[in-house]
Design a protein around this ligand. Structure first.
Ligand code: S3P
Length: 173
């Protein structure tokens, strides 16, 4: 699919597995594209008295987290011209019809499981990365769906966050 100019889209959504660099790249891309950047996990926590995703999972469970995640994203999407890094699982728990995906550009940061594992330092916002065997299984399950959802897939291997952002900007800006 040819990628039309950035102006065509209301928002840019960055997707990919935990540790694929969505937040870092999103921040760097927002500077190049001169758009506002939002990290969905941070937005969820900003509105919550609880201070980590792990605590939300522990206190109220994953189902509750997913409802918070959906509610927060739908709220954010009322505004335009934003780059939003989603959680690794966000789009698997929201019906496509709820998101009206057609005017949003979805960019998949395509990293291998090993790259993601290497990049993930803090686990307090990533309860699903604690058990490595489960995390690898989740990665394998999700990978084909990320590619299916994406308008653009960007290979991240051996690139810094800035280099990935630059690569994206050359396609869309
Ligand atoms: C999740 C990814 C996390 C966070 C939560 C669940 C997932 O976000 O939303 O722990 O299901 O993959 P990041 O992808 O930003 O780490």
């Amino acid at each position: 699919m040819p990628i039309p100019s950035l102006k065509t889209y209301s928002n840019i959504l960055l997707i990919g597995f935990m540790g694929s660099g969505k937040s870092y790249v999103g921040r760097a891309l927002s500077k190049i594209a001169k758009m506002k950047f939002l990290d969905l996990d941070n937005e969820i926590l900003r509105k919550s008295p609880i201070k980590s995703i792990q605590e939300i999972f522990d206190a109220q469970g994953e189902k509750y987290f997913r409802s918070l995640e959906k509610q927060t994203l739908l709220e954010i999407l009322k505004n335009d011209r934003q780059i939003i890094s989603l959680g690794g699982g966000t789009l698997f728990y929201i019906e496509k019809e709820d998101l009206e995906l057609k005017d949003k550009l979805i960019i998949f940061l395509d990293s291998s499981y090993e790259e993601c594992r290497k990049r993930v330092k803090r686990l307090d916002n990533r309860p699903l990365f604690k058990d490595e065997k489960m995390a690898k299984k989740l990665f394998d399950e999700r990978y084909p769906k990320y590619t299916e959802l994406a308008d653009i897939s960007i290979e991240t291997k051996d690139l810094s966050g800035e280099e990935i952002a630059l690569k994206i900007s050359k396609i869309i800006c």
